[in-house]
Design a binder for this molecule. Structure first.
Ligand SMILES: [Zn+2]
Length: 249
């Protein structure tokens, strides 16, 4: 069971108010400074887990498919340079409409998508039928495919981790899926970014309960370290976001 009021980074229960949205309390951990929604959503709470960017607005979101494919293709080409051999395996955790999985296939990866939102899975399967999209969590995927452990060269996880109530189980599963020499490319909003609006209510990424975790570089580093992972490189982000390349410690 997840303790829904404990800090996911340091397990402390002592926190100070950070911000309120309606009846939801976002707090700062007095132990480590991490900002999170307390209590956290129950794991499995769909309003928190599905990406708010397309929940209920699927058609409008996927209308930007050309832009999404361009960005995915650029990232897929850069990630391909990090992997050796023919058909390295890429796991997209939170595959959305399947853009990155398709882009990864085009540059020579053997890709696998994982996505929780049923509408997105249906879209991805219809648009990119040559690929496999698992409907469920990364933990459920590994339970169903024990041979996938330590099997992936590259794991791609973009704008997902801030949604995940049981983030320790999530990161542990990602670490389990990675080859010892594997790489994780992770992006998430950055509450410590110099361009984050001072008034938190004006920040588009301040969005509880969908976004229940608010990382900065220090808290993300600390969370990853708990699971034997470390940041190898941080990419410049002009918007308030963290974009990091991660390897096993
Ligand atoms: Zn803490």
């Amino acid at each position: 069971m997840v303790d829904l009021t404990a800090c996911p980074i340091c397990d402390a229960h002592d926190h100070a108010p950070f911000a309120q949205k309606d009846a939801l309390s976002v707090v700062t951990c007095r132990g480590c400074g991490f900002v999170f929604l307390a209590p956290l959503p129950q794991p499995g709470d769909s309003t928190a887990l599905y990406d708010d960017a397309y929940a209920g607005t699927t058609e409008g979101y996927f209308a930007k498919v050309d832009k999404k494919m361009r960005r995915s293709r650029g990232r897929a080409r850069r990630l391909r340079k990090l992997a050796t051999g023919t058909a390295p395996r890429l796991l997209d955790v939170g595959a959305s409409g399947g853009f990155m999985v398709q882009a990864a296939r085009e540059v020579g990866f053997a890709p696998q998508g994982i996505e929780l939102d049923p509408k997105s899975v249906a879209y991805a399967r219809a648009q990119y039928p040559g690929n496999d999209f698992f409907h469920g969590t990364v933990e459920a995927y590994l339970a169903a495919h024990p041979d996938a452990a330590q099997g992936f060269d590259i794991i791609y996880c973009a704008e997902v981790i801030e949604h995940v109530p049981d983030v320790n189980a999530f990161v542990a599963a990602i670490a389990q899926a990675m080859k010892p020499s594997g790489r994780l490319y992770l992006t998430t909003p950055d509450i410590g970014h110099w361009r984050r609006p001072k008034n938190i209510a004006q920040w588009d990424a301040f969005d509880p309960p969908a976004h229940c975790l608010y990382f900065d570089r220090a808290s993300l580093t600390r969370l990853l370290a708990k699971h034997g992972l470390r940041i190898l490189r941080r990419d410049l982000a002009l918007k308030p976001g963290l974009k990091v390349l991660v390897g096993k410690a």
